[in-house]
Design a protein around this ligand. Structure first.
Ligand SMILES: *Cc1c(COP(=O)(O)O)cnc(C)c1O
Length: 398
């Protein structure tokens, strides 16, 4: 036996276990751009209701043109990290544009928000400090916290009594940082940032919000949860992604207090030891933030679409989780039913995903619908009608 053979047996057994638990993830193959209309490699044409393409920017011609121009003017790849020879004027322009958008002091770019979250805690805090984290925070926050020596506290999702208890215990540490997602991706609820901020003041803590699912979406003009709760400029650290509302390509950022960003540039490992974002991505990012500075039309349309969809689905009798974002969880509770419903909806030309344990709690299976500014009324209606048809067939509604 060669060294790989026993390991291979082990992997095959693991994969079998995943398959027999019904948890093996199959990837559908698209042969069209990311958009409302998708073509699958099976030839099927479907309407897309499961992308993070909240503002419909993923295939916007102006954005593609901005990427093309940046690539023509500044080349394809950077072949360097930022601090050696990987910083162009474009990178500084994008960092400034992001800070203007969020009303913060400075911004640092990363290859992804996963890296922003992975590299934010360890340079700032050590074993004398405390991180108090929402139980439903994104995997990248959990991993980032693991890389840091700070004492860890966890509070139940958006549970302010529990947060207060943890803050009381955490008085034993030197500095305290409360960390929360802005919008929680499985329910679509917004973190109660006004109450988190009040507790932070009371218990002498700082706050970090991951705006990945909230930026472009939440708040009157889409500036995120700090706009929603009138806390612009007050939160020490925000992280976010360019991979959702802002064009959907790749890239992440941390934005906030000047000294924090400054220290991250010196010590944050995914920034120091990973390649600089390519000019095309940066150029398209600049276009996006300049456009959103001038107009909140896309966010307005997203808000209208979400309100319309949720209202019509409730009228049809579906059990919809209360949402304050562009995520609409249609509750089915039963895991198998969620898969059956998603499959039947696909046959009707509606592409959505059913989620079940362990992605969501046991017996909390659901279909997650994600709305976009790019959806037209007629497309929303087609989706709702398909839900009603399949819902009746499967006896979910009457
Ligand atoms: C999607 C997401 C991320 C990861 O963003 P990438 O830029 O794709 O790495 C991080 N945090 C939250 C809350 C997210 O939803």
């Amino acid at each position: 036996m060669n060294p790989y053979q026993t390991f291979q047996q082990h992997l095959l057994a693991e994969l079998d276990a995943i398959r027999s638990a019904g948890l093996y993830k199959q990837e559908r193959i698209l042969v069209s751009p990311q958009s409302v209309h998708l073509r699958l490699n099976s030839g099927q044409e479907v309407l897309n209701f499961c992308a993070n393409n909240y503002l419909g920017l993923s295939d916007r011609p102006e954005l593609i043109e901005a990427a093309r121009q940046a690539m023509t003017g500044r080349g394809y790849g950077m072949s360097s990290v930022r601090f050696i020879c990987g910083t162009q004027d474009l990178h500084k322009d994008l960092e400034a544009a992001i800070a203007r958008f969020f009303g913060t002091e400075d911004t640092i770019l990363y290859a992804a928000c996963f890296d922003a979250n992975g590299g934010v805690f360890e340079p700032l805090l050590d074993e004398r400090d405390a991180i108090i984290s929402d139980a439903l925070n994104h995997a990248s926050i959990i991993d980032g916290v693991r890389l840091c020596k700070a004492v860890r506290y966890r509070y139940a999702n958006a549970d302010m009594d529990d947060l207060e208890k943890q803050l009381q215990v955490a008085q034993a540490q030197r500095f305290r940082l409360i960390v929360t997602d802005g919008v929680f991706s499985m329910d679509g609820n917004v973190a109660p940032l006004n109450r988190i901020y009040a507790l932070a003041q009371q218990y002498n803590a700082m706050v970090m919000v991951d705006e990945s699912h909230s930026a472009g979406v939440v708040g009157q003009t889409g500036r995120g949860v700090t706009e929603q709760f009138d806390l612009r400029g007050k939160i020490e650290i925000l992280t976010g992604t360019l991979g959702k509302a802002f064009g959907g390509a790749i890239g992440g950022f941390t934005t906030g207090k000047k000294e924090i960003i400054d220290l991250l540039r010196q010590r944050s490992r995914p920034y120091l030891f990973s390649n600089s974002l390519p000019p095309a991505v940066v150029g398209a990012g600049i276009y996006t933030f300049q456009y959103l500075e001038k107009s909140s039309e896309l966010t307005n349309r997203l808000h209208e679409n979400t309100a319309y969809f949720v209202e019509r689905m409730k009228q049809a009798g579906f059990d919809i989780k209360p949402t304050q974002s562009a995520i609409c969880a249609v509750m089915l509770y039963d895991a198998k039913l969620s898969q059956e419903m998603a499959a039947q909806l696909l046959e009707e030309g509606i592409y959505v995903t059913g989620f079940f344990y362990p992605v969501v709690p046991k017996d909390q299976a659901r279909i997650r619908v994600q709305l976009s500014a790019a959806h037209e009324k007629a497309q929303l209606d087609r989706c709702i009608e398909a839900f009603i048809k399949v819902g009746k067939t499967l006896k979910i509604i009457q």
